[in-house]
Write a protein that binds this ligand. Sequence first.
Ligand code: SF4
Length: 397
Amino acid sequence: MVSINKHYIDVKSIKKNTGLPDTYFVSKFGFSPYKACQHSCKYCDGRSEKYYVEGDFEKDITIRKNIPDILEQSLKKFREKGIIGISSGVSDPYQPLEHSEKMMIDCAKIISHYKYPAMLFTKSNMVLRDIDLWEEVHKKAGFTLMMSIVYPDDKIRKIFEPYASSVEERLRTLKAFKDRGMSVGVLAMPILPFLTDHPDQLLKMTKQYQEIGVDVVMPGSMTLRPGINKNTYFDVIEKNFPKLLKKYQDLYSENRQSGSPKNYYVNRVHSTFGKIISEHHMPQHIPHRLYKNRMPVYDEIYILMTHMIKIYDHRGVNVDKLVIAKKNYSKWLVDEKKFYNRRRNLSFDELESKVINMIDNNTVMTLFKNEKLLNFFKKVILEQQVFNYVTLKLEKY
Ligand code: SF4
């Protein structure tokens, strides 16, 4: 492990989304105790100029020392519930210096105390150190562990993710969390072109995920933003796989700001991998059961609609009516949230009740304009409310 320079700073807030929730990771709040990352993944876009990570990305690690205090202050005063996403694109919460800094222990205790659901992203088996704490969070509000695993074995992993946990360690970590009843998912990204994208490799990885019983597999191709991000990766290719360099240069020759390779490749990987994952009966979007009751009903509806559109569209079903329903509903929801955010005497529970009543008495049809959708949400949302009510009664009893 290379020696590092620690930079301690204080932050003023954690990330909070007062508008529509993130539909990809289904989170509403977010924080990361660190900036920059010792795991040193060679494709990491945290190195990009876009993120302004000062110094050497692998050695100059910023430690947000007051994160536990800020987290506690925030959770005390947040007016809405929602999932806390732990991590960021530019750091890993369980990178090696967490051994000594122990920031995540305090954070997990605070999240558990305030009964917030959480979803944590890491490439380290160090998260096992805190498994009891995360189990406590899970019992009170729900917890999901997400790990990125994109190598069928450890040979290539060592080159591209030199200081992250081995494939075997990550699989064992996911299994340990799953065995304790927590939900687990795989970020199957980034798939490395010409190195880990052969259908046989994708199949082997999918079987590994399936053996553990992961709740979701989210595949993704590799982005390389023009600049440090792309140059770092290409240097590694030139050193270790020189014959592939030209192919890579061609694949990323469009120099898109997003870092995406050529479209034909993205489509091919998604279609091949997506098909294999589907054949093994694993969802590719966070399934409803992983955010059900972990956020207000009005946000659940928005996320469900977004996922339905993607899934049906992918299957070739006409989604025009769904798109209109989502557009009407999201516009209405944004305005309502603005109204509730301005009036501090109002509770967001009232907004939740309002949406449930609108479904129950059919007035939501002015937004949905779609009876099938109304009936679907009646089933998904209203039955859930009956379940919540009964559970609450039983708990009190
Ligand atoms: S673990 Fe994540 S943040 Fe850290 S270097 Fe790897 S990709 Fe970047």
